[in-house]
Structure formats: structure tokens, C-alpha cells
Write a protein that binds this ligand. Sequence first.
Ligand SMILES: NC(=O)c1ccc[n+]([C@@H]2O[C@H](COP(=O)([O-])OP(=O)(O)OC[C@H]3O[C@@H](n4cnc5c(N)ncnc54)[C@H](O)[C@@H]3O)[C@@H](O)[C@H]2O)c1
Ligand SMILES: N[C@@H](CCO)C(=O)O
Ligand code: NA
Length: 816
Amino acid sequence: MKVLKFGGTSVGSVQSILTLVDILKKESANAEPPVVVLSAMSGVTNLLLDMAERASRGDGFNEQLKELEERHFATVKSLLDVQRQNPVFTKLKLFFNELEDLLQGVYSLRELTLQTKDLILSFGERCSTFMISKVAEQRLGATIFLDASEVIKTDSSFGNARVLTEETELLIRNFYRENPGKLIFVTGFIASNHAGRITTLGRGGSDYTAAIFGSALNSREIQIWTDVNGMMTADPRLVKKAFPLEELSYTEAMELSFFGAKVIYPPTMIPAFLKKIPIVIKNTFQPDFPGTVIRHDCHSSHLPIKGISSINQISIINVQGSGMVGKSGFSGRLFSLLAREQINVVLITQSSSEHSITFAVHPAEAVKAQKMIEAEFELELEARKIDRPQIEEGLSVLAIVGENMKQTPGISGKLFHALGRNGINVRAIAQGSSEYNISVIISTVDMAKALNAVHDAFFTELKKTLNVFCLGTGNIGSTLFRQLSEHSEFLKQNNGILVKIAGISNTRKMVFDENGLSTENWRAALEGSEHTADLAGFIARIKAMNLPNCVFVDNTASPKPIDFYEELFRSSISVVTCNKIGNSGTYEQYKRFKDTAHSHGADFFYETNVGAGLPIVRTLKDLMVSGDRIVRIEAILSGTISFIFNNFNGDASFYDVVKLAQEKGYTEPDPRDDLRGTDFMRKMLILARDAGHVIEPADISIGAILPQSCIDANTVDDFYGELKKAGEYFNNLKKEAARSGKVLRYIGKLEDGRVATTLQMVDENHPFYMLSGSDNIISFTTDRYKERPMVVKGPGAGAEVTAAGVFADIINVGAQ
Ligand SMILES: NC(=O)c1ccc[n+]([C@@H]2O[C@H](COP(=O)([O-])OP(=O)(O)OC[C@H]3O[C@@H](n4cnc5c(N)ncnc54)[C@H](O)[C@@H]3O)[C@@H](O)[C@H]2O)c1
Ligand SMILES: N[C@@H](CCO)C(=O)O
Ligand code: NA
């Protein structure tokens, strides 16, 4: 036999009642009929309470009473055949008359006792259960209506009565025995005391009724039918990726019960827990969904944690002082005091230095607790053995829960890594030695971010979401969006990371969407946005959105975003940049970026600063961290100049080849940066710094490629004009090289901390002789790669390879 309980929404409408009857039909088809426990129709308990309070204030309540009657009558009319309606109307009318008399009494006396309130509230369950038992009867055959006050006996604590278990169980068993094979409908929530007065069972009361019946009748299972698909991994209002759990242990269900949207109130399940009866949470509105099973032995899940619980508003009180150290009885006094005053303590921490005890309470009780402590420890305070207790507000508790975390190392590491990476400060920590709950106290404003980051960290079969903000929609920026869109399917299948574009800005407009902008139609969204571009505003909005796992991507060639890198790092937001200006400013700035990123748990990835997508920055880093020492770096790192020298042959003029390099997207937005050697200088500077040298831009000697007239050109147009005029100069260079069987190469070198770039003519024996297209080449001579250097070679400029490098850096942030 099973006990099925249906909550307020499941009995709240004609449609849901029909579904309920269908569920019962299936349940009764080839088994013993279940015992059905029902709540009041959704909203009815509140309406009854409202009427009672109005009456006690001397306000009218007839409108509400009428609403209540009409709702039930309309339901009867929709669900019952005409000839069956009358007896039901009569019984309901009797209920409503009695209720009216009661409310009238409250109105006359202007007094609402807890006892009367319980009686008034009982009409919700009585009306709904009677009515639905009759609806079921019409479709399924004879049913029995049981007012639970006849069998559940309690003490006289009205409002939250204590059940007299033995007596109750006996009465339930007798009743069941006297009605064999019948479909029994029981009112949830209500009971009675020995004098026969109606009492109620407090919070989660109907669940409790179900558990009491389940336990008394040794039922096979208790089903709790509600309006969600089960217990979720986290509060679904804050975590979009939260999903219903298949299976939980009782302990886990208890620990997870702190969600805002409560599915069940686990303390009510204790009778079932003691008898090891499985509890199944089911959705009336999706009856075929399996729901969540809460059971004693739960083996199927391998997940180390089952869910993340959250309590949204708490205050902490810190009691500290040297007088507490090594003193037994102090915490005993403190917590006895709180217990005496009925102040519920949510969480306690004390470090082994015993210098302070921190505990969390509901904000409404914080001041009272503080005052009580001050009074209790007056002498210690006066003697300065302890300090005045301090209250801190605006805090919340986040807890990861799961029995499998027991004896599993790395769980707390993962939790704190996720919090730390997102810049979330942990105010206090608690973990019991039973190891099925680790609780942290954090600032309430960080709750959504923390929940999502921690959810991503533990439920890895779902994708980790990176929230990406892109600045610059030119050559590289737009190519990146295209690549993201082309590879989204691949990423979905093969990578644990979901890249969500949460914001985009160019120099005209900016647009935000925390649900993610389309990588295909981003341009329309940006153009259509109401926000005019404003870099400081863009950064402020990124911070205010406070999303987890954020990455800022700088795809500009502008010095402006550089000013915001540190601010981003300080908010634990990682930066991926192909913009070289940041790393090639002062050494002090370069160092500060690294340090700030590091100390705030953020990443700073700039692989494309050198050799576009080629693995150069990463390779150098690997050499350095593994203890190698750079002896020499020789490199061709300008894709543009490489392309020019590789294509400056035949009839094409130097001018034409430069134009072609720009068209192909190899040059900087301003091609003078390439041809004056600035871009190459920046790359050598960044490599030298990454190789451990404290070096400034002015320390680098830049060899000229251009005649002075071109170097001096003030605008890009002037520059091209001068370049055209200087055709003869470049032709002569080319001829001179050809005469001696050589080619032109612009080569950078780092040795002994000195960096220079020079234009050279090299013969076929030189390792840099054979290059084509926009190839870069870099050779690292190190202590370990001494005889034969390590060489990286390949296309080192162009939108495709650069955007791909930026893409890889973004994914790398997600992998950390
Ligand atoms: N082209 C390559 O092969 C290559 C290789 C490696 C690195 N890079 C680097 O990539 C960066 C971008 O190059 P690109 O070819 O895409 O240049 P681009 O000129 O096509 O695009 C840059 C975009 O940034 C925008 N921008 C500038 N300042 C801005 C601001 N303050 N706010 C918002 N947007 C702003 C510009 O309007 C422009 O649309 C450069 O720093 C370049 O050095 C390029
Ligand atoms: N303009 C750069 C792009 C790659 O950083 C080059 O030509 O090498
Ligand atoms: Na690179």
C-alpha cells in the first residue's frame, strides 16, 4: 500500500484535480488502493487566515467568504455530474456556515486565539478533501472521506501541535482495518487533542500527515505530489542549470531543505525515515517524470555532492576575546543562553585557537542575541576578557551537501577554488566531521554568482559557463564571433565549456545580455542597442552583472582598455587580449598586471601578443616554469614584414605588397606600426619580460626598414604616398640581396638581456632563409636546448589564426 499526498497546487484547479484522479486510477489499477492525503486548494489557507485576521480587527470578511464558497462550488460544478452535485453542495454549505459562525464570533469578540485559528484553517483541508473524494468517487467507485482529526491525536499546542504517536498509530490502523480495500481520502495538516478540539501540525503539516499514515500503516512508499520535478541541485530561481535529482538519502534531503522553493519540509518526514519508507517527490503537472526518490540506502549516484543549499539572509555574531582561550564552559554558557531565548543558531564556527566563536542567526534575532550575550557576560566584558559581540549583516549561507563527499579528498578544494576564482570572500566556514555538508558564509550580493560558480564546478556533466565580454568588433573580433558560432556544436559535444557572450562593445555601441548574445546575429543586436559605447560604463556594467566565470576579451589596438585591466583583475575577472599595448608599456605596469591577476585568482592570457595563434608565449612559459634558462631567442615575429619580403619579387612594387598585406589582415590597424618595427619591438619586449628580464621599450634597438621619409609620415595616407615614392629604394635592396643569393629578413634577437631588431640579408644556410606567406619563426636556445634550439614556425598573422589563438585562450580560462 502507498500513501499519496497532493499539495495545494495539485488540488488547486479543475485540470489538476482531473490529473490527480487519473493518477489515482493508475495507482489503484493493479494494487491495493492508496491512502490519499490532500492539502487545501492553493491560496485557501492564506485566504482563511486573512479572513480570521480581518474579523479579529473588526473588518468585514464576507467578500472573502463568498470568494471561497464560489471557488469550491465552481469546481464541483465543473467536475461532478448534476445529480451528484447536491449532496456535495449541502456538505460544503454546512462547512461554510460553521466557518461563518466562527468568524462572526471572532468579529464580535475581536479576539483570535490559536485554538480558534486552527479550527478556522481546518476548513481548507476539509472542504478540498471532501469535494475531491466525491469527484474521485464518480470516476473510480466508492471512496471514504476521513477527517484526520478523528485519528491523529496531539497535545494542545495549537498552531504546531505535537503528535501522540502510539495512540494515533493505533487509531489509524483500526480505521484502515475497518475499511478494507477502500480508496481513503484524508485531510492533511489537521488533528485534534484529547478534548476533541481541532489542532494543526505546523509547517509542512500535510507532508507530516502523509508520513504519519505511511508509518502507521507500514506503507511501501510515500509519494509527495507537487508542482516541480523533484528536489533540485540548487535554487532554480538563481541557478538556471539546476536540475532535479534522481535519488537522495534522508540525510541529504534534510541538509538540502533550506532552498527558497521548498519541495518538502524534511522534519515532517521523520516518521517515514524511522521506518525506512522511501519518499518519492512527483510532479502532478508532469506525472510521467520520475521525480526524486528519498530513501535510506541510495547507491545509484556517483556524484560527490548532491546539491547546493542556500539560506539567503543571515547575520553573524562574533564573540571573541583572550578570556575565552582554554576556558571550558564558555561555549556551553553561550549556547545555553541562546537556546533558552529560543534563538535558532544556523551555523557555528570556532577555530582551534579558541579566541573567537562565530555563529549565524536569523537577522531578526541578531540584536536580541547580542543584548542577551552582553547581559550574560557582563562581568567578562567589564574585565575585558571578551570584546563586545559584533553583528554583521547582509550575509548568506551557501552549503554543498552530499554523503559521498565523506572521505573524498578535494571536495572542499573545489568549492573554495570556485569561490576564490570568482573573487567571493568567505566570511566563515563550517564542516561537521560527518562530512556531508560544508557551509560557507558569504556576502548576499555574491549569492547568485557563487551558486552558479559552485554548481558549474561540481556538476561537470553540465557545461561550465564562461561569461565573456568582448571589446572591439573589427577584424579579429568579428572573426572570433564567427569561429565561436561555427564551433559551438563541437564545443557542446567535446568540451566541458559553454562560451556565452554576455556583452559586446565597439566604439559606437554596447550591448549586454546575461542569457547570452547570438554569435551569428550579434551585429544586429549591437547596432540596435540603446546603449552608446562608453568604456568606463561597459566595465562598470560587467562588474555590476556580477556573473560567475567572467572573461574580458580585448580585441582592440587601443591604449584605452589597458587602463581597466587592473580594475577587472581586482574583481577576479580574467582578461584575454590580443592587444599588445598593455604588456609593452612600462615594466612596472606589466608586472602589476601579472601580480594583480595572480592575487585575485584571475587569468591574464595573451598568447596572440606574439606570433598570433602560434604557441610561443605558452612555450616560453613552459620552459621557464620547468626551470630552463633562456640563452638566446632569435625570431621573425612580424607577419606583415615576413609576407612583404616573401612576396616582394617579380614585378610587384613594395607599395603594392604592403597594400596586399593590409588587405589580407596581417597589418596592425595602422600599418606604420608594423613597418617602423614598433609591433616587432613590442613582441620582443614581451618575450624578454616573460623570459625574466626587467626591460623597457627604450632599451630595445629597432633597426630601420624604411627610408626616413616614410618613417616621418604623419598620416597613413602620407605614409603610403611616401612608400610609393620610395620604390627605387626597396628595389635596390632587393637587387643587392639577390646579387649575393640572399633574401631580406627582419630579425629580432634577445641575448644577455639585450634586444635588437635588424634588417638582414641571409643566405640559404641561415635557418630563417626558407619562409613563405606571413610565416613567423622563433628559435629558443636554452640550457636544455643548447645544441639544437627549439623552433616554432608557421603563419604568424591574419584574422583566422589570431582569432583562433584568442578562442583558445578563452577556453583555457575555462579549464583553470
Ligand atoms: N591582425 C593580426 O594578425 C593580429 C595578430 C595578433 C594580434 N593582433 C591584434 O589584434 C588587435 C585587433 O586587430 P584588428 O586587426 O582586429 O583591428 P581592427 O582595427 O580591425 O579592430 C579593432 C576594433 O577595435 C575597436 N576599438 C578601438 N578602441 C575601442 C574602444 N575603446 N572600445 C571599443 N572598441 C574599440 C575599433 O573600432 C575596431 O573595430 C590589435 O591589437 C592587433 O595588434 C592582430
Ligand atoms: N601586425 C602583426 C599581426 C600579428 O601580431 C604582424 O604583422 O605580425
Ligand atoms: Na602566439
